[in-house]
Design a binder for this molecule. Structure first.
Ligand SMILES: Nc1ncnc2c1ncn2[C@@H]1O[C@H](COP(=O)(O)OP(=O)(O)OP(=O)(O)O)[C@@H](O)[C@H]1O
Ligand SMILES: [Mg+2]
Length: 253
């Protein structure tokens, strides 16, 4: 698929001949140089924009309009300050399942809040929580309506390294508890290897698929896996690919 933005300076081609396939129930991590078109890709997958050429398919259906069956989380969790954490998590259910009884909505939200360790904070306002806790709440909100596809655009990018690793494990546990298909945009190669079943490297703008790596690590990963020679090899390969994508041909400087 391809896509260009109309700007004052003319057409800006952002995606060009990009092909991405994510098998149902698997986790794809997408990495690529800054500004190459990763966020654009997420908007196309969610149906928020239409590609100029090509098609987006989700679970056997062509995407032509915004999809309710998609869950999204971003770098800065956009939680509504006038709502409690619980009411924030429930929000997608109000839109997707307006007839669902309140008790069921609350039970569903609490189930997720429990999985991410936020029970006891459900009645707090977003500003009363730490950045990591807010991102946990945002993950709950993106999953509350059991989306077909979860789209994550650098959700852990603004967090410190320890909190980030904590959230990787939370993400792994959430997936174990209720499988979903996920597309994660990230700048962190360790994150892509820890969470991904495959890592897709995009070229510089206009982005196309430059390299796809199947992450051949045990499904039940712990952070230790990142210190194995196998993971080190993968990280090395990915780093070289990113350098190529940045047009630096694998040379360090
Ligand atoms: N609505 C828009 N109108 C015009 N140009 C845009 C628009 N949105 C993005 N762009 C441009 O398209 C290119 C790709 O943007 P995009 O946000 O998809 O990149 P990205 O890969 O997500 O970058 P980053 O890694 O910095 O988040 C950039 O050059 C950006 O300036
Ligand atoms: Mg982006």
């Amino acid at each position: 698929m391809s896509h260009a933005y109309k700007t004052k300076g003319g057409l800006l081609p952002v995606l060009d001949g990009l092909e991405v396939a994510v098998p149902e129930g698997t986790f794809a991590a997408v990495v690529g140089p800054s500004g190459c078109g990763k966020s654009t890709l997420t908007k196309l997958v969610a149906g928020l924009m239409k590609p100029d050429t090509g098609e987006v398919w989700l679970h056997g259906e062509r995407v032509t309009a915004p999809r309710k069956t998609v869950g999204m989380a971003f770098q800065n969790p956009v939680l509504l300050e006038w709502r409690s954490i619980l009411e924030n998590v429930i929000l997608p259910l109000e839109i997707v399942a307006p007839k669902m009884p309140r008790a069921r909505r609350v039970a569903r939200a609490m189930e997720l809040l429990e999985m991410v360790g936020l029970v006891g904070f459900e009645n707090k306002r977003p500003s009363e929580l730490s950045g990591g806790m807010r991102q946990r709440a945002s993950l709950c909100r993106s999953l509350v309506h059991k989306p077909e596809v979860l789209i994550l655009d650098e959700p852990f990018g603004a967090l410190d390294a320890f909190t980030r690793e904590d959230l990787w494990q939370t993400m792994r546990d959430l997936r174990r508890a209720e499988p979903f298909t996920a597309v994660l945009i990230t700048h962190d190669l360790r994150e892509s290897v820890f969470l991904g079943d495959q890592v897709i490297v995009l070229s510089g703008r206009p982005a196309r698929t430059q390299y796809v790596m199947d992450v051949d690590l045990p499904e039940d990963r712990t952070l230790d896996v990142l210190f194995t020679p196998q993971a080190a090899g993968m990280l090395h390969t990915l780093r070289d690919q990113i350098k190529i994508a940045q047009g630096r041909g694998g040379k360090d400087h």
